[in-house]
Ligand binder design. Structure first.
Ligand code: ZN
Ligand code: ZN
Ligand code: ZN
Length: 149
């Protein structure tokens, strides 16, 4: 079976780019931390373990390239830090986020759930929706459970 990294490799190839060892290490880190929302700096520190010669600028350029190719999405949770998030394969739209205002945890909702809203927006504003970003701010179930004790 073709692995995810092979499919990303193909995407890069068909866009005219090679999967250099530095790019491969960057993609590997993103795949290993799929649940996380890493900043360029975070990715750099993790990639350095695999490829010590790599520089922050290279990691940064790779992340920008992956963003351009829609392999990752760049997201900002309001703290001024750009974070890089792998897109779900085959997902039409970007997933949603639950950001906890108590502990800062970021959870993901992979289901779109917005079909009705999208229908209303498309009709009423005559607007063709291509994607969306939805972040809920609140108290996560872990903090909620702690408060009850
Ligand atoms: Zn996410
Ligand atoms: Zn949607
Ligand atoms: Zn929390």
């Amino acid at each position: 079976m073709e692995s995810r990294i092979d499919r990303i490799k193909k995407q890069l190839h068909s866009a005219g780019y090679k999967l250099t060892p530095q790019r491969e290490a960057t993609v590997a880190v993103l795949l290993e931390h799929e649940e996380d929302h890493l900043s360029a700096e975070d990715v750099y520190l993790l990639v350095k373990d695999k490829a010590p010669e790599i520089g922050l600028a290279t990691v940064y350029r790779t992340l920008e390239l992956l963003t351009e190719l829609k392999i990752v999405d760049k997201i900002n949770f309001g703290d001024g830090v750009s974070r890089y998030d792998l897109r779900q394969e085959g997902a039409k739209h970007f997933h949603h986020h639950l950001v906890c205002i108590e502990c800062g945890a970021v959870d993901e909702i992979q289901e779109d759930l917005l079909e009705d809203v999208e229908g209303i927006v498309e009709k009423r504003w005559n607007f063709i929706i291509k994607d969306h970003r939805l972040t809920f701010h609140g108290i996560c179930h872990r903090c909620h459970d702690n408060q009850e004790e």
